[in-house]
Design a protein around this ligand. Structure first.
Ligand code: UDX
Length: 437
């Protein structure tokens, strides 16, 4: 079978490479010439464990190609996946579907033979129908079906999540489309991965509901952490005690500086916007969005107060470990570190930053600010008044604390990911603050 993947971002590139690993012929299409050239040279444009290796292997096998040209790729495709961005409208949070519709129009013009057009991007409920209408209008004779196949890939483990998903969700309106998608996922269903086959709207909703629930779970444990601090309870133990109930589950109960990434903030806001457009009261997700936005600023206030308050903190230096929205990714989109750093800069605090993978993205975002970009954690701590852990990179977990202590002006560590043990830190002579403990 021949597939086309339109969009080579975090979702499109991983999905395209993994489908070619299943043995299908995959053509990945992107408008961005630089991206296509880099991909054609065998270099992945994003950092994901094992993506580069898989990509090169399948390119050598002749199963994976990259191009800017949609039409020739679509002509003999059995399935065309739409994996372009659906960024949120900054004001309303509503998903901007211009790239989805532009891709649908381009595909419509080149369709030949039966083709399934599959939305892989997270799109508002009802988008499938709109894509159907666009294609029908442009190419009335086209023999095609629309389908929804949302992804559940986590950045930093996207290849593994594609190869070993908890489930596959497919929404279709015809037996033929369903058969095509069942064939594409046979390598996984043969391994007993469950498939949820349903209609398009239900598939679209399933993705939003899953992400919004996960975001709610994290926002909940962050709130519990705040109350633990006031009552002397330990949130890590509370999370363990809660998580042993299989109805709750022990995942996603790590308190932190707030939810980031290109999915949770976008998807919760998009779902809330859909609810508003249908005049459905969405108090829970609305409050998760609000609580999460506020948390990042609350974290900045906590750092400023640890530095002695607004006045005293001016001209002090904060050494920030981690700018990506979580570990094992180079992605800083919506990272809580950005809101925290912005607030600290506004408070007149000098910033030093080190991140294993996020330095180049960070430099371009802060190109107009005077920030010290450091080469490692020790360089970062050099001369700083506090060490602030914002992203839970493993390499931050086992630092040489004697060296850190000598580098810092004051032995103060503010750990927003609870990666250190409070007793250990006290023994080492650090003033140590974390979340919920
Ligand atoms: C998420 C979903 O997990 C994935 O299924 C979906 O397809 C895309 O969105 P991702 O955004 O890559 O994946 O990251 P994830 O690991 O889910 O973390 C999202 C945010 O929640 C991060 O900012 C992370 O730091 C935060 N988080 C997660 C916590 O603060 N605590 C937790 O316990 C888990």
């Amino acid at each position: 079978m021949k597939l086309v993947m339109i969009g080579t971002g975090y979702v499109g590139l991983v999905s395209g490479v993994c489908f070619s690993e299943f043995g299908f012929h995959v053509t990945c299409v992107d408008k961005d010439a630089n991206k296509v050239n880099q991909l054609q040279s065998g270099q992945a444009t994003i950092y994901e464990p094992s993506l580069n290796r898989l990509m090169q292997q399948n390119m050598q096998a002749g199963r994976l190609i990259f191009t800017q040209d949609t039409s020739s790729a679509v002509r003999d495709a059995d399935a065309v996946f739409l994996a372009v961005g659906t960024p949120p409208n900054p004001q309303t949070g509503e998903a901007d579907l211009q790239y989805i519709f532009a891709a649908a129009r381009e595909v419509a013009e080149s369709l030949k033979g039966y083709t399934v057009i599959v939305t892989k991007s997270t799109v508002p409920i009802g988008t499938g129908k709109q894509i159907q209408e666009i294609i029908q209008r442009i190419n009335p004779d086209a023999d095609f079906d629309i389908a929804s196949n949302p992804e559940f890939l986590r950045e930093g483990s996207a290849v593994e999540d594609f190869m070993k998903p908890d489930r596959i969700v497919i929404g279709t309106t015809s037996e033929r489309a369903e058969q095509t998608l069942q064939k594409l996922y046979r390598p996984l269903t043969l391994e007993k991965v469950p498939i949820v086959s349903t209609d398009i709207e239900t598939a679209e909703m399933s993705k939003y509901a899953a992400n919004s629930f996960l975001a709610t779970k994290v926002a909940f444990i962050n709130e519990i952490a705040d109350l633990c601090e006031k009552t002397g309870a330990n949130v890590s133990t509370v999370a363990k005690a809660m998580g042993l109930d299989p109805r709750i589950g022990d995942k996603f109960l790590n308190p932190g500086p707030g939810i980031g990434g290109s999915c949770f903030p976008k998807d919760t806001k998009a779902l809330a916007s859909i609810a508003r457009s249908h005049s459905v009261d969405f108090r829970i997700v609305e409050s998760v969005i609000e609580a999460n936005d506020e948390r990042k600023h609350a974290m900045a206030k906590r750092i400023i107060s640890n530095l002695g308050g607004e006045e005293a903190a001016k001209n002090k230096t904060a050494a920030v470990l981690g700018i990506t929205f979580k570990q094992n990714t180079d992605d800083i989109r919506e990272s809580p570190a950005l809101a925290i750093i912005d607030d600290l800069l506004r408070a007149g605090i000098e910033i030093r930053i080190y991140d294993p993978q996020g330095m180049s993205a960070g430099r371009s975002r802060y190109q107009h600010h005077s920030i010290n970009w450091c080469k490692d954690s020790y360089d970062c701590a050099n001369g700083a008044d506090a060490l602030v852990v914002i992203t839970e990179w493993n390499e931050f977990r086992h630092l040489d604390f004697d060296r850190i202590k000598k580098s810092l002006k004051k032995p103060l560590i503010i750990d927003l990911r609870n990666i250190y043990d409070p007793r250990e830190m006290a023994k080492l002579g650090f003033e140590y603050s974390s979340v919920g403990r």
